[in-house]
Design a protein around this ligand. Structure first.
Ligand code: ADP
Ligand code: MG
Length: 377
């Protein structure tokens, strides 16, 4: 990557940084309800080779981008000004400056093996790689959680995507061999050991390679529905509704909001149960919680799609201990916990089922819990 940097920018870089993509084990659509999530960082990451500049220019190039350098004046960055992929890193620089950090320009060369748009958080990886490089280039006193929040602000305000904070927290704060148990209300976090391989269990990731267009508008509508339900219930957020209060709440709410509330409340409960099991090292017992979570996303939250439903059903019937879609939904990826001797069988069953249904061949890989954003060279 140093060679590429020099070829593109004509000078030597200062260093190389990496920020990972993620899969969320359980706790979906809870992060914008002040709830709980449990992601792991993937071994896949966005790498950025970088050098500071003294002339106030931000120059951006991605090996997966548009074959050109995007050259922006740092002082002129404003929400909505950058329409391309470059809005994610430019937004991070904007967010740093908005937060009072005196940062100038830089040359940034990106290269990534996080599949883009697959629900594995390539966008958060791109942002957190940028923020981590800037932290070191400009010697900022920036803790991982703060770096994540600024990255989220870049995506919310600069790019205009109303995402919660999970993806950026996962990319910035995860530890190797652990899942990040995160309370998205106050960002308190705990690393929970997650090494299912030691018990002969694979975490299989199935990228369905579909992304349904309706996802973008639907996400904002779901978010608004959850906020409306909390308001009607007199709560700050749906996180404040305990499971014992669920049936009374459902009786009080308009029919269309009930299933949303039921998903969020039961999903927070599934995170708590999952953490208890992981603390005891009972990885196999996590399987049924995943499958239960998928049913809730499919039937109550209605964010699954035929491809993810087929991958989950096929994985489970081929011997997976449990499976669910991960990420926002309307396509993207599925995770499955699989006894290692059955991983090949499950992969083949999914491939055959997709072929029979006329869907494109999915991409599958096994994942271990990797480290969050860090300097690599
Ligand atoms: P996800 O985060 O699930 O991968 P998003 O739609 O949130 O999906 O983010 C995908 C977008 O992030 C891409 O359309 C592109 O703009 C940007 N992106 C991700 N990875 C890269 C990369 N390596 N180079 C350039 N842009 C990227
Ligand atoms: Mg994203």
């Amino acid at each position: 990557m140093t060679d590429e940097f020099e070829r593109i920018f004509g000078a030597a870089p200062t260093g190389v940084w990496a920020a990972p993509g993620r899969v969320n084990l359980i706790g979906e659509h809870t992060d914008y309800n002040d709830g709980f999530v449990l992601p792991i960082a993937l071994p896949h990451s966005v790498r950025v080779t970088a050098a500071p500049r003294t002339d106030g220019r931000l120059r951006l190039y991605s090996a997966q981008g548009d074959d050109r350098i995007t050259d922006l004046p740092v002082a002129g960055l404003a929400p909505g000004a950058v329409a391309s992929w470059a809005g994610y890193p430019a937004g991070v620089v904007w967010a740093l400056r908005e937060a009072g950090y005196q940062v100038g320009g830089a040359d940034l060369y990106f290269d990534s093996d996080v599949p883009s748009g697959a629900g594995l958080s390539s966008s958060a990886a791109l942002e957190c790689a940028t923020a981590t490089a800037y932290r070191d280039l400009y010697e900022l006193d920036l803790a991982p959680a703060e770096l994540a929040v600024l990255s989220q602000r870049a995506e919310n305000r600069f790019v205009g995507v109303p995402c919660g904070v999970m993806d950026q927290m996962a990319s910035a704060c995860c530890a190797e061999g652990a899942a990040l148990f995160l309370d998205t209300r106050d960002l308190t976090q705990r690393q929970v050991p997650f090494r299912p391989g030691e018990q002969g269990i694979d975490l299989l990731v199935i990228d369905t390679r579909v992304k349904h267009d309706l996802g973008d508008g639907a996400y904002a509508a779901l978010r608004a529905g959850c906020e409306r339900a909390a308001e009607l219930l007199g709560l700050a957020a749906l996180r404040d509704l305990p499971v014992e209060g669920l049936s009374r709440a459902l009786a009080a709410l308009p029919a269309e909001l009930g299933p949303l509330v039921r998903h969020v409340v039961t999903e927070n409960g599934r995170v708590a149960r999952a953490v208890e099991l992981l603390d005891k090292g009972e990885f196999a017992a996590l399987g049924p919680i995943l499958t239960e979570g998928h049913a809730s996303l499919r039937d109550d939250f209605e964010v699954s799609c035929p491809e993810t439903d087929l991958a989950v059903a096929t994985a489970v019937s081929a011997g997976a201990l449990g499976a669910r879609m991960t990420g926002g939904g309307f396509g993207g990826s599925v995770i499955a916990l699989v006894p290692q001797q059955l991983t090949g069988t499950v992969e083949q069953a999914i491939s055959a089922a997709f072929q029979a249904a006329g869907y494109a061949e999915p991409a599958t890989f096994t994942a271990t819990a990797a480290a969050g954003a860090h300097r690599v060279g």
